[in-house]
Design a protein around this ligand. Structure first.
Ligand code: RET
Length: 253
């Protein structure tokens, strides 16, 4: 990653994106946790985990932002690198923890049979962890060939997850109460679309973005995708939980 090629404008833009990400994640955490009492006990775990995901992300956005700040020094209108590396491991550790949890949120809010909940969580959560672990060596590689090789490897569990969400959950979704089927389908679609962003953003440096523009596009791209995949998705899970609680006749709102 050639940090020295960043302009002051690009540095500030990325810094603002991280700051916005931190604010959204922290606010979503409070909102989700305070809303727990609006759902029936059976759905509280899903809402708790949604807030846990945004809490983990808020912490990592703070670390990412501090690492970004430490990598540059701005004097007047000029920008220089300090030599302190920008630590991308924060992002991948964040994903390693949160991506399996996001899938578990969706599985929990569906309230499937116990065996199905456990087996789906293990398989989808395990595939998600594998996908992130395989992506990291590519993200930090300087050589394009290495970046591409790990992209291909990481795409294997990615395609498995997308297939499971599009096809595997279909049967379970048709067993859900009618008033939430649309929302659950919406949540599964949101996962697929927001997740598609990541492997595309990862490829930016290989498809013509260079220097400061590549770094800016990747960092801002991941931040937008994270906000949709964690905060917007978390709110959707809450909405599903509220509607299911209402349908089952035990609102506490
Ligand atoms: C990587 C490496 C290149 C190939 C693929 C990737 C997929 C990443 C995904 C990340 C999802 C993150 C979420 C985060 C937070 O909410 C690792 C970029 C397929 C799908 C949902």
């Amino acid at each position: 990653m050639d940090l020295a090629s960043l302009s002051l404008g690009q540095y500030t833009f990325v810094q603002n994106a991280f700051s916005f990400g931190l604010a959204v994640m922290a606010a979503a955490t409070l909102f989700l946790w305070f809303s727990r009492s609006h759902v029936a006990p059976a759905y509280r775990m899903a809402v708790t985990i949604s807030g846990l995901v945004t809490a983990i992300a808020a912490y990592h956005y703070l670390q990412i932002m501090l690492s970004w700040e430490a990598a540059f020094s701005v004097v007047g209108s000029s920008i220089e690198v300090t030599g302190s590396p920008f630590n991308q491991a924060y992002r991948y550790v964040d994903w390693l923890l949160t991506v399996p949890l996001l899938l578990i949120e969706l599985i929990l809010v569906m309230r499937l049979a116990r065996d199905e909940t456990i087996s789906k969580s293990v398989w989808l959560g395990g595939a998600a962890a594998l996908m992130i672990i395989l992506g990291y060596p590519g993200e930090v590689a300087e050589a394009s060939g290495t970046r591409f090789t790990f992209w291909v490897l990481s795409m294997i569990p990615f395609i498995y997850i997308v297939y499971q969400l599009v096809v595997g959950l279909k049967g379970s979704i048709s067993n859900q109460p009618e008033n939430v089927r649309g929302l659950i389908n919406g949540a599964a679609t949101l996962v697929v679309i927001s997740w598609l962003f990541y492997p595309i953003v990862f490829l930016f440096p290989l498809i013509g973005f260079t220097g400061g523009a590549a770094i800016t596009a990747v960092e801002v791209g991941y931040t937008i995708a994270d906000i949709v995949a964690k905060a917007v998705f978390g709110i959707l899970i809450l909405a599903i939980a509220i509607r299911k609680s209402e349908a089952e006749g035990n609102t506490q709102a």
